[in-house]
Each structure stands twice: as C-alpha cells, then as structure tokens.
Design a protein around this ligand. Sequence first.
Ligand code: NI
Length: 189
Amino acid sequence: MTLLKIARMGHPVLLRRADDIADPTAADIRRLAQDMVETMRDAEGVGLAAPQIHVSRRIIVFFAPEGRAEDEGPHGASPLTALINPVYQPLSPEKALGWEGCLSIPGLTGAVPRFRHIGYRGWTPDGQLIEREATGFHARVVQHEIDHLDGILYTMRMNDLSLLSFTEELKHRMRGDDDADEAEGDAPP
Ligand code: NI
C-alpha cells in the first residue's frame, strides 16, 4: 500500500473531466483503489476521487457511516465501496443544504445544495456492477465524489458563499450541535 499525495484546489487536475476506465478489473486499477482507500483513511476522509491524487481517471472510493445527522430512511448508509465509471441520477428534484468539506480544500467547510435521493451505479475492481439508491449523507458523498470526476469542487455548487467557513470557526458556532456533517473532512467535534 502507498499513501498518495493529495492535490489541492488550484491544481488543474481537479478542474478537468477524468478519463473513462476501459477495464475496471485491470490490476493497476485494483492497486489504485487500494491506495486510494489507504490514503482516504489516513486523511480521515469518507470519500476520495482519483483526480484528488493526481490521477485523471474515473474511480472513486467512499463510505457513508450510519448515524450521521442527514441520514434518512433505509438508503442513508453505505459500506466502503470503490466504484469505477460511476454515474448517478436524481430520483426526486428535491435538494437539501448540508455541510461539506474536501480533502483538496483543507480547513474549510461549506453548505452545499445536493439532491436528497439519487440512484447510482458503477463497477467494482472485481468486475461487479453495483446499483444502489442513496439518501441523505450517503447521496451527498456520492454526488461530491462523482463531481470530482467532472472537474467540479463543492464550492462551485454553493449558491450562498456566506456559508463558506473555516472549519474551526464553524465548530465554535456549532459546539453541541451534531449537524456539522462533512463529506470528506475531519469529523466534527
Ligand atoms: Ni472532495
């Protein structure tokens, strides 16, 4: 396993559309997925997309733990998953505002509108097709990571930049409130 260097906002690799992966089961893709999981865990994130480690290919890793504030219904959590060439579509037009961080934008947290309920699919490094529904935090993480494959950072999805904050400042204001879910950053206090 190898820990990979994380690209930060301003690096052009984060702004381009990542390339499709022809063979999800290729050995180098399996190795890449393993290294991404290791890197994500080391950085205490819950999601990572390949462009964030300077690899412009369509693969993401993520998980959605149970019990987050945004959890809704039976599709609110997800085990650790690596997905190749993932796509999603909204299953309802309804959006919710929730807090997100990003390993490529360290120290900041912003409130981002995302679809509450989506369907998504993609291939695992074992060649298995995964098709799932996701709600709440689970849906938020998947939308955030797939956005990275299209060169979109969460700040570009915000419609109220007064809700972009240093994470430390937000923690002071939200002390005692467990609503500060972040899609990639450190866990809230
Ligand atoms: Ni991110």
